[in-house]
Write a protein that binds this ligand. Structure first.
Ligand SMILES: Nc1ncnc2c1ncn2[C@@H]1O[C@H](COP(=O)(O)OP(=O)(O)O)[C@@H](O)[C@H]1O
Ligand SMILES: [Mg+2]
Length: 439
């Protein structure tokens, strides 16, 4: 619960000129973020609240899939990266730092080395496998072209998970768990993210999928079968203790590819069934065998007592990027339309005339009753003009609005507006309680 008069929500009326895509414009206008330097942002209360909700959904689905949450540092010692051989390979994207003792450190762009170091210190036997460790932590990559606000930042929040397995078969099963958990995670966020076969890039490896949401403002060109639209996986169907290969097969059999993998002759999709558009990468999973375990000596004893390097995979989700991705997928010309699971508040109660005894009484009463009933409510008790208040309510995208103006308040009524459909109706406060909370 929150009163707008006490909330730091610096909404902007003008459209910021520097923002090229709609999510960046709306995030600035809705007072969610503020740029600090190129590709580096502060998160203000509304933006932070949404990002935390996304992070929590990601966390719950990782936990459900059997991953263990940890928290690794942002600053890493260069030695670990020298061991894997990536210290020289990574190039200018890595922010290199030296401490007061002139030790080489770096701000982590990813954590394969760090997590392998944790693993090798403690795990010595195949009996402890499979194991998946993840964290939700800030990354820094000195991108050549940071752009589109938090969408391609230099500092960004990522969920990254790392799996350890005794052999290729167990590693595949770990990969499948993350693949399926990604489908469920993005669905809970109100998105259709399409898994597309991908190149493995600097992480290296044998098997990789990018999870991409369709959006014209996306950075990559994508091609997919039209039957992907609206496709979903029933969470009740998922049992992480069973073989998930049938589900993975079902979600990889239908064609989808980014332009670097797309082959119009071999895709087997008729032109009228193909969607050609752009997409935003919200997740990326990799299997890379012993690429890090071998050079870093992360070996365990197998069933016959032989020391073998473990098979690893890594799995990223762009938590901060998702805030923008969800806005790209869900907005209109008035502003953001949050999917309910990530909405910063459930309901906004807009008192159009604070100081008017009837408006105040109804607004305060509904604010309290909705809160008691378990809703997260924002009460707009500010002194702004009525038009500005209604525009701000639309801009910040809270799913349900209760608008209380002196005219209908005198009749003992309020206006109920659903942000997504724009549908409005005048109803009594009791009927509003019923509509928003249920009988
Ligand atoms: N510069 C960035 N800004 C915001 N999010 C990012 C950025 N780079 C990567 N991500 C997010 O982190 C996820 C995992 O990153 P990864 O695949 O390692 O990066 P990349 O695709 O840039 O090589 C990506 O799918 C994306 O959602
Ligand atoms: Mg990627």
């Amino acid at each position: 619960m929150m009163r707008l008069s006490q909330y730091f929500l610096p909404v902007m009326k003008e459209t910021p000129k520097e923002a090229q895509i709609v999510s960046h414009r709306l995030m600035l206008r809705a007072g969610m973020i503020q740029q600090s330097s190129a590709g580096i942002y502060s998160w203000l209360p509304l933006g932070l609240k949404v990002m935390n909700k996304i992070g929590q959904i990601v966390r719950e689905e990782q936990n459900r899939a059997g991953a263990n949450e940890i928290l690794m540092p942002t600053i890493q010692p260069a030695e670990l990266w020298q061991e894997s051989g990536r210290y020289d390979d990574y190039g200018l994207e890595m922010l290199r730092i030296s401490d007061r003792h002139e030790r080489d450190m770096l701000y982590g762009p990813t954590n394969e080395e760090q997590v392998t170091d944790i693993f090798r210190s403690h795990v010595k036997s195949y009996r402890a496998l499979p194991l998946n460790l993840y964290h939700i932590q800030w990354k820094f990559r000195d991108e050549v072209r940071p752009r589109f606000g938090i969408m391609r930042g230099r500092e960004f929040l990522m969920k990254d998970a790392y799996s350890f397995a005794i052999d290729a078969e167990q590693a595949r099963s770990e990969y499948n768990k993350m693949f399926v958990s990604y489908l469920l995670t993005f669905q809970r966020l109100g998105l259709t993210a399409i898994p597309m076969e991908a190149d493995t890039g600097p992480i290296g490896g044998d098997m990789s999928h990018e999870f991409i949401i369709l959006a014209e403002t996306g950075e990559s060109e994508v091609f997919c079968h039209k039957d992907w639209i609206g496709r979903s996986l029933d969470a009740g169907e998922v049992d992480y203790s069973r073989d998930l290969q049938p589900i993975v097969d079902r979600f990889t059999n239908l064609y989808a590819a980014t332009d670097d993998k797309h082959d119009p002759d071999a895709c087997g999709v008729a032109p009228q069934d193909m969607i050609t558009t752009r997409g935003i990468e919200v997740g990326h999973i990799f299997y890379f065998g012993s690429k890090y375990s071998e050079p870093m000596g992360a070996s365990v004893a197998d069933a016959s007592g032989n020391l073998v390097p473990v098979h690893m995979g890594s799995y990223g989700i762009g938590v901060s990027r998702l805030v923008g991705g969800i806005i790209e997928a869900s907005h209109d010309d008035k502003g953001i339309i949050w999917p309910e699971p990530v909405a910063p508040f459930d309901v906004v109660v807009v008192n159009l005339k604070p100081g008017d005894a009837t408006c105040d009484a109804i607004a305060e009463d509904l604010y309290q009753r909705l809160t008691t009933a378990g809703k997260d409510v924002l009460l707009d008790d500010s002194d702004d003009r009525p038009g500005a208040k209604m525009a701000a309510a639309d801009l910040i995208g809270i799913p349900q609005q209760i608008i209380i103006g002196p005219r209908i308040a005198a009749e003992g009524m309020v206006e109920w507006k659903q942000r997504r459909s724009g549908e409005t109706s005048n109803i009594s406060p009791d009927a509003a309680m019923n509509a928003l909370v249920g009988g």
